[in-house]
Ligand binder design. Structure first.
Ligand code: UFG
Length: 325
């Protein structure tokens, strides 16, 4: 079997994908600077501690390990922060990704799976969001993901690097076997914060309850991180069979409101989730959910953990075990 370089493989989604790859029989090498990732999340896979801008280091790693494909998860991913620090976002998410592609071109590595985001769409004009929906990001984070997506067809034509971009909606949940989970510092995502509230770490702020939705809170498409990992594996296998450069939306297509998530956390944990309504968070669309028909049709992707309580339950077990939020 061939080796896959998992860039950002010590982070939340990358670590789950690396585990799935190893289970499928691939040799995995993790490349991570551990700025946000966790050494223990590599689960013993070989780790190269390096910066994504370090092209010589990347080239050496690709060559020495016999890498034939790259999955690229390393990025900054906080929308609000990207508005305050666009330079950091362009440097990490665009310049950093181009450095990874530079190394791949130099070492003739032809398959690339890219972590993109629903943020490339901006304010949705219609839902569910298909791949045909216009891409008009409303923040620097989304712009950086779209900039890479736009570069990729050119890199395919000029350097033969074929890629699949996967636009995650709301990545959530944790490894059902309990080995991996979500651990950000600071944490900004709804499910871990609601779990934190259930564990007595302060009330959850519900950002707005006056949206034009059934219960007034925002609707999102929560997709289990293990289902995302399955999609990465399918994308890699498609590229290995010669698939052309493309992008897919990735969600379960069933939106859940903030209040529904809070209720699920309370149900699963058997505890109250203290929560208070706060003002809207700038830049939050009322409704965001995906049509994943294209990836289901083309690659046979089928989410195994689509049920909200199941997603929350895996996250709850991880947080309880870790004793952190
Ligand atoms: N929310 C709260 N209180 C909180 C945190 C979140 O009410 O303390 C609400 C948000 O307003 C939103 C929902 O919960 O309606 C989900 O918020 P998250 O921060 O968990 O996730 P986002 O939908 O904001 O972000 C996700 C991805 C981003 C991506 C974005 C695209 O995590 O990477 O979708 O818009 F950019």
């Amino acid at each position: 079997m061939s080796a896959v370089l998992v860039v950002g493989g010590a982070g939340y989604i990358g670590s789950h994908a690396a585990k799935a790859l190893r289970r499928a029989g691939y040799d995995v090498v993790v490349y991570d600077d551990l700025s946000a990732g966790h050494r223990e999340a590599t689960l013993g896979a070989p780790l190269v501690e390096g910066d994504i801008h370090d092209v010589p280091r990347l080239r050496e790693t690709l060559r020495a390990r016999g890498v034939t494909a790259v999955m690229h998860f390393a990025a900054w991913a906080r929308v609000g922060e990207s508005v305050r620090d666009p330079r950091g976002y362009y440097w990490t998410n665009v310049t950093g990704t181009l450095a990874v592609l530079e190394a791949m071109a130099a070492e003739s590595v032809a398959c690339f799976v890219f972590s993109s985001s629903a943020a490339v769409f901006g304010e949705p004009e219609e839902t569910p969001i298909t791949e045909a929906h216009p891409t008009r990001p409303i923040n620097p984070y989304g712009e950086t993901k779209l900039a890479v997506e736009r570069a990729l067809p050119h890199y395919a034509r000029a350097y033969g690097i074929r890629s699949i971009s996967l636009r995650y909606f709301n990545a959530a949940g944790a490894d059902p076997e309990g080995e991996l989970g979500e651990s950000h510092d600071p944490e900004t995502h709804l499910i871990p914060l609601a779990i934190g509230a259930a564990l007595g770490r302060g009330a959850l702020a519900i950002y707005g309850d006056d949206y034009p939705t059934p219960d007034g809170t925002c609707l999102r498409d929560y997709v289990h991180v293990t289902d995302l990992s399955d999609a990465h594996l399918l994308a890699l296998q498609a590229l290995e069979r010669g698939a052309a450069t493309t992008a897919y939306n990735l969600g379960c297509g069933r939106p859940a409101s903030v209040r529904e998530v809070v209720a699920a956390v309370s149900r699963v944990s058997g505890r109250p989730v203290p929560a208070a309504v706060a003002p809207r968070r700038p830049g939050d669309p009322a409704v965001l959910y995906a049509s994943s028909e294209a990836i289901e049709r083309d690659l046979g992707w089928c989410p195994r953990y689509a049920d909200l309580d199941t997603i929350v339950e895996t996250a709850w077990r991880w947080h309880q075990r870790r004793g952190t939020h």
